[in-house]
Design a protein around this ligand. Sequence first.
Ligand code: ADP
Length: 262
Amino acid sequence: TEEQLRQAQKMEAVGQLTGGLAHDFNNLLAGISGSLELMSTRIDQGRLADVDRYMAAAQGAAKRAAALTHRLLAFSRRQTLAPKGTDVNVLVEGMVDLIRRTVGPSVQVDTAGLAGLWPALVDPSQLENALLNLCINARDAMPDGGRIIIETANRRIASPAAERQDMPAGEYLSLSVSDTGTGMTPEVIAKAFDPFFTTKPLGQGTGLGLSMIYGFAKQSGGQVRIHSEVGQGTTVTLYLPHHRGGAERDEALPDGSPMPVA
Ligand code: ADP
């Protein structure tokens, strides 16, 4: 729907916004510190007439910086998780139209949902954000078009493998997004989850997508993994904890998780 498309565009914009915020904030700090320096020079010179002006400039910049911080806080509060039993296949099917429209006609989008998929204990709207972000990354890796496959599976991860993957042993369901794009070098994979790491041109990448997805996966008690080969393509797999209470019901929050903000 139109509403969903606008939501997707908003999410891309939010990503750009967060990256841009740090930059704007720095500029304002430079302005404040410059004004203070000028003020101090003028006071030393006994030229008090200009001091009011510089003070007003510093105050104005400080106010704008405070407004930026508020925007950032409002954004991060929206990230608060409200996990509940979720049928991930249903969630994926609900997103496919939006994903197709977002990636455009040169990219084919296919789904392979496992029948009998376990329900996940996860915040569904955060999972939707993560999925859309992964598909946008996949599209960006396929400038000449290609194919995205979104696949779900049940996974039992036993002890040695679990430790190796830095996750508790147990039952998970996986949601993977594969593309036929450029792939990633081992160096890029090593840095991909770092906040602000991007290989995209200035103004296009914020370097926040995968770091936010990593934070979301870990907070959910899961994990995220990248398999990629240069020239072949990339698969990013989210592991989400199996929810034993079934799907589609509101759940009590696990201990220690913050209250969701409406
Ligand atoms: P951004 O997309 O803004 O650059 P991300 O954190 O989402 O930020 O991704 C970081 C980097 O990881 C990207 O700049 C790109 O180099 C690489 N990357 C992510 N997803 C893919 C993919 N599907 N194929 C190839 N490279 C990818």
